[in-house]
Write a protein that binds this ligand. Structure first.
Ligand code: URA
Length: 267
């Protein structure tokens, strides 16, 4: 065994010369000062084959190839999405946006990518999941009517949800799901850069404002949010169940229209 080790070392010495402790240490010190952390980097040292060095008779050189394995944070990956199309593709590939309902479709968002008014709902329901588009069911029909009442077409605005996949049985999105989805929506908002954001429903308002409050206390005022003015009103689905919220919604959306015009929103 010892003989084998000695013979192996002698072969190595013949091929690569004798080891100098000093050079080796200096080399590794320089390397550690200039090379990225090995855990972030994969450095492959390629040695020429012995037959090659025998052919040329030269001292074999050591060629180093560095394969950088760059691990980007979620934030960096989101920032790297410079268009809504790129972000949509990233969302489609992201497991982080999934709910525990298998086989749902991505419901990314719909509308004018340069919209000055953005509507943010809660999460896709059955119809939205089927069609891959937010607010296409009964609540969506009512939302369209509300928009028309303040002289917007559905196509003028941009509509998205806090969650991009449907939760099972249309349950409320969990706090954990909302937290996981928020950075994707924030990037979407930054890319659209609306002047005014209308959150419909408590889930939407509390998630974007980062505070747990009653809807009646959140509504009726505008908040500064990522360069936009944000307000909250009742969800159209709640309105379908309880018409007593028609009046406050009407007041809220009129305020949205007034501020939109004042801020020079595109007609
Ligand atoms: N409710 C929502 O909050 N969003 C939809 O897309 C549909 C219903």
């Amino acid at each position: 065994m010892l003989d084998e080790i000695i013979s192996f070392l002698e072969q190595e010495k013949e091929l690569y010369g004798s080891f100098s402790t000093e050079t080796e240490e200096e080399g590794s010190q320089t390397e550690s000062a200039t090379m990225p952390n090995p855990s972030e980097d994969e450095t492959e040292t390629t040695l020429p084959s012995s037959s090659e060095s025998q052919k040329t008779g030269s001292t074999p050189s050591v060629e180093k190839k560095t394969h950088q394995r760059v691990e980007l944070s979620l934030d960096e990956q989101l920032k790297a999405c410079s268009t809504l199309q790129e972000l949509e593709q990233f969302c489609a590939e992201s497991e982080q946006l999934q709910t525990d309902l298998d086989g749902t479709n991505l419901v990314f968002g719909v509308g004018n990518p340069g919209a000055d008014l953005m509507i943010v709902g809660e999460a896709p329901g059955f119809n939205e999941d089927q069609q891959g588009e937010p607010f296409v069911g009964a609540a969506g029909q009512l939302l369209n009517k509300i928009l028309i009442a303040i002289e917007f077409d559905r196509d003028d605005v941009y509509i998205a949800n806090i969650l991009k996949h449907r939760p099972p049985d249309n349950r409320n999105p969990t706090a954990e799901e909302r937290e996981r989805s928020l950075p994707f929506l924030e990037r979407q908002i930054d890319l659209i850069s609306p002047k005014v954001i209308l959150c419909v429903g408590k889930v939407s308002g509390t998630t974007l404002l980062g505070k747990d409050d009653a809807l009646k206390r959140m509504r009726g005022q505008f908040y500064d949010y990522r360069g936009a003015k944000l307000t909250v009103t009742y969800h159209p689905a709640a309105l379908l169940r309880n018409p007593k919220w028609k009046r406050p919604v009407w007041e809220d959306v009129q305020q949205v229209r007034t501020l939109y015009d004042k801020l020079g929103g595109k007609p």
